[in-house]
Design a protein around this ligand. Structure first.
Ligand code: UD1
Ligand code: PEP
Length: 423
């Protein structure tokens, strides 16, 4: 199993190009199932989750071709309407095929995702939303079995649906389903994440009629069919945020290219509060982060966009462990997203968990240690800690990182870090 070995203490300097967003690429690849002609995507990051999604689409009969960051999907001849447990267990985002399959083919069989390291993560709202559009939904043997065969013209029926929690993939699944429904759907209390907006933009290029994406009420006027289009995936704000924290913690100066500051407002504000200098240029989509490594601890409370993202919580926790003062990190999205705490403690961090809060007392220095990655962003937090720790940090189980960070060690080493992979 691959490990990452990091020699800490090197301030990062230079430029890094941010990749396309994992969390936009995954739903947009699934949207390929809706199109009767090829969908061509650029800016698709080279990630394990992307490879898993392409494999899943391939098993359904979608013709996939990939050259560099360009992926072309031809779903004109889909033969299987199933996502097996084997696929869904490696990547929960596989649930995103449910809405497209059901809307276009009238039937879908998708494994229920299991619980994962960060929490139970149910998909009840995906299911209830599709039921509100008239679908027959049955759960048997761990699978969601969905059908529209009893509906007029076998099409989902537009509906107004209020989601009683803000759910990102739930909003995306229902938006894709509603795109081909008969009539108008209104999704209330919808997620406002930039990746939802990117998906809506892609769907509209494919012929969908969606307004309000990026607000909490999305209106989708269903159309009879969708075609292919060309779309460039939005930049990964979480990858960008992770490199920003790396520059801040190591006391370096890093310019991020293909980074949109307008998608990172809460993160930028918190870094400034920590004492980091940040300049942004919206014309060139670049962000420069400069720090002397002397940081002030900052309180964090995760919440849906545009508030502070849960996907940046572990990275800020790592930063707070070596900052001056005491901070509180409150996780409101996932009930168990503190798996990195125990590992950070192995590196000398002083953290106490009280329910969904972590009280972090800054220590003068972290020490390199052997630690275990438990989920994607927890792993990112450990990498950041390793970059500033005294001595060597060995991170085990880094396949989690490969799910969501494109060429991580290459990008860090380009900035001067000393990171190597070993097995
Ligand atoms: C592939 C992708 O885009 N993943 C992101 C997505 O995950 P994901 O879409 O799975 O997360 P959700 O936004 O759905 O989850 C938010 C909260 O709602 C709850 N919930 C969700 C759906 C549901 O049917 N019932 C329910 O109770 C979840 O357990 C969680 O407590 O948004 C999360 C929150 O920003 C991010 O951390 C993930 O990186
Ligand atoms: C939790 C994440 O991803 P997923 O929803 O795919 O597990 C993440 O991107 O941090």
């Amino acid at each position: 199993m691959d490990k990452l070995i990091i020699e800490g203490g090197v301030p990062l300097h230079g430029e890094v190009i941010v990749s396309g967003a994992k969390n936009a690429a995954l739903p947009i690849l699934c949207a390929g199932l809706l199109a009767e002609t090829p969908l061509v995507l650029t800016g698709v990051p080279e990630l394990r989750d992307v490879a898993s999604t392409l494999k899943l689409l391939d098993t359904m009969g979608v013709k996939v071709s990939k050259t560099g960051d360009q992926v072309s999907l031809d779903a004109s001849d889909v033969a299987s309407f199933e996502a097996t447990y084997e696929m869904v267990k490696t990547m929960r985002a596989s649930i995103l095929v449910l809405g497209p399959l059901l809307a276009r083919f009238g039937t879908a069989r998708v494994s229920l995702p299991g619980g994962c390291a960060i929490g139970s993560r149910p998909v009840d709202l995906h299911i209830k939303g599709l039921q509100a559009m008239g679908a027959a939904m049955h759960i048997t043997h761990g699978y969601i079995q969905a059908s529209t065969l009893h509906l007029p013209n076998r099409r989902l029926q537009g509906a107004t649906y209020y989601m009683d929690m803000v759910t990102v993939t739930g909003t995306e699944n229902l938006m894709m389903a509603a795109a081909l429904a008969q009539g108008t759907t209104v999704l209330e209390n919808a997620a406002k994440e930039p990746e939802v907006v990117d998906l809506a933009e892609c769907l509209n290029k494919m012929g969908a009629r969606i307004t309000g994406a990026g607000t909490d009420a999305i209106t989708i006027q269903g159309v009879e069919s969708l075609s292919g289009a060309n779309h460039h995936i939005v930049c990964d704000r979480i990858e960008a945020g992770t490199y920003m924290v790396a520059a801040a913690m190591t006391g370096g100066e890093v310019t991020l290219k293909n980074a949109r500051a307008d998608l990172l407002e809460a993160v930028i504000e918190k870094l400034r509060e920590a004492g980091v200098e940040i300049s942004t240029d919206s014309n060139s989509n670049s962000i420069t982060v400069k720090s002397n490594g002397q940081l002030k601890a900052v309180n964090i409370r995760t919440a849906p966009h545009p508030a502070f993202p849960t996907d940046m919580q572990a990275q800020f926790m790592a930063m707070n462990t070596m900052a001056e003062g005491v901070s509180t990190v409150v996780e409101t999205i996932f009930e168990n997203r503190f798996m990195h705490v125990q590992e950070l403690q192995r590196m000398g961090a002083n953290i106490e968990i009280q329910g969904n809060s972590a009280i972090v007392k800054g220590v003068p220095a972290l020490e390199g240690a052997n630690v275990m990655a438990t989920d994607l962003r927890a792993s990112a937090g450990l990498v950041l800690a390793g970059l500033v720790a005294e001595g060597e940090t060995v991170i085990d189980r880094i396949y989690h990182l490969d799910r969501g960070y494109e060429r991580l060690e290459e990008k860090l080493n380009q900035l001067g870090a000393k990171v190597r992979r070993s097995n």
